[in-house]
Design a protein around this ligand. Structure first.
Ligand SMILES: Cc1cc2nc3c(=O)[nH]c(=O)nc-3n(C[C@H](O)[C@H](O)[C@H](O)COP(=O)(O)O)c2cc1C
Length: 393
């Protein structure tokens, strides 16, 4: 099957089905000499695991990563890095009833229409479990980026129509997003969302939501016009996550109703706006306390002056190239398709059937998608950092 590999120089392939023996990834193109441990990968995989709240699946995989190649004595070798996570808590019998049925909102029918057969156990490769390989690969990319002061952080911006505080709001607290399992940057909003998810679970229903992501510590110059503009490949990367239905950068869709005078970000000398590249109104992220791009990666002389922007409506790129401001985007995820509430559908013979999806599912996947969004953003940035090295003689 095509379509399981991503990236140009920093390249990842993922493999595995939800109820197969294992899932994983192969990262090719990661430079040698980057310190990398199982712990670096485990940390991100743990953030992708279901929480213990009302919105979470009861499937309990430990997602313990094994590094099979590409690392020696704690450092990358420059050779392909293969990472494996074994599936242990499959209960394929829960899915027996789905062999002949097409779940509304899921990928069953389209996979069968394309390949002529499918793995019905937990959705096979169209399952959200596929993202474990992405997160493991993303952890490698994050380690590479951290050495350049580039930090990717995402959080839950809304679930079921209940919004978390916005960045810049007094009660916006990114540390809180790491404390609660819903990844909501505000305690009160997290409580309201938890209550809403409990109601939906009782009703056998599900919810969608928004994930916000900020990439800070970027130098100007990343992104490859014209087809590989930074937002273009970031958009492709994020839209490839199951259930993602949209992405917007900076002011996003609201820009369509704005005016040039309101929307344009005014360039200013960096000395007049020292905090901007550290995340605008928010606190600098961990690992990049200075907020400045790493020495040697700023525009080379005789380049333009070191500038910043008063606002960041552009979301950190102009002409597909990073401006040095944070890259900021928001992605929309639909409500989980597999719900226990009875729904009408068709079976393979075309007969009408009623379906209540059994098995273990999230009421809302948004909290679990947060580290997946971070992983995809990190993979895009690692690739662009390497590609940028070919830009000038
Ligand atoms: C981390 C994660 C977990 C997911 N869990 C579920 C789930 O429990 N039930 C479900 O119906 N869909 C789940 N999905 C979404 C499906 O994978 C996705 O909706 C399906 O493949 C159809 O693709 P599409 O929605 O992109 O068109 C999950 C996705 C992710 C990223």
């Amino acid at each position: 099957m095509g379509g399981s590999s991503f990236g140009t120089l920093f390249r990842v392939s993922t493999f595995g089905e939800s109820h197969g023996p294992a899932l994983g990834c192969v990262v090719d193109g990661c430079p040698a000499g980057i310190p990398l441990s199982v712990e670096d990968i485990r940390r991100d995989l743990q953030r992708r695991r279901p929480g213990r709240g009302a919105g979470s699946t009861e499937r309990n995989e430990d997602d313990e990563p094994e590094i099979l190649s590409g690392v020696y004595e704690g450092k990358t070798l420059g050779t392909p890095i293969a990472i494996l996570m074994r599936n242990k808590d499959q209960r394929s019998e829960d899915y027996g009833a789905l062999n002949d049925l097409y779940r509304p909102g899921h990928a069953d029918w389209t996979w069968e229409a394309k390949y002529g057969l499918r793995d019905p156990r937990g959705g096979g490769r169209s399952s959200g479990r596929e993202t474990a390989g992405r997160v493991a690969a993303g952890a490698v990319a994050r380690t590479f980026l951290a050495r350049r002061g580039i930090v990717v952080q995402a959080w839950t911006a809304s679930i079921g129509g209940i919004y978390a505080p916005l960045r810049g709001d007094e009660d916006f607290d990114p540390a809180e997003a790491e404390r609660n399992s819903l990844r909501v940057p505000g305690k009160r909003a997290a409580e309201l969302i938890e209550a809403r998810l409990a109601e939906l679970k009782k009703a056998g229903d599900s919810a969608g939501g928004l994930v916000s992501c900020r990439i800070s510590g970027l130098s100007p110059g990343l992104g490859e016009p014209v087809f590989d503009k930074l937002p273009a490949i970031l958009g492709r990367a994020v839209l490839s996550i199951g259930a993602c239905k949209g992405i917007q950068f900076g002011a996003g869709f609201a820009a369509a109703g704005s005016t040039g005078s309101a929307h344009n970000d005014t360039p200013v000398r960096k000395t007049e706006n020292p905090g901007a590249s550290a995340g605008g109104t928010g606190p600098p992220p961990p690992g990049n306390e200075t907020g400045l791009p790493p020495e040697g990666e700023r525009a080379l002389p005789p380049g333009p002056p070191d500038i910043s922007f008063k606002t960041n409506n552009a979301g950190g790129t102009l002409g597909g190239i990073s401006t040095g401001m944070d890259v900021e985007f928001q992605a929309a995820f639909k409500p989980v398709a597999s719900i226990s509430q009875p729904q009408r559908t068709l079976d393979r013979s075309g007969a009408e059937r009623e379906l209540s999806v059994l098995g273990r599912h999230d009421v809302c996947i948004v909290p679990r998608v947060v580290p997946v969004v971070e992983a995809m953003a990190a993979l895009v940035l690692a690739d662009l950092v390497l590609r940028h090295r070919t830009a000038r003689a």
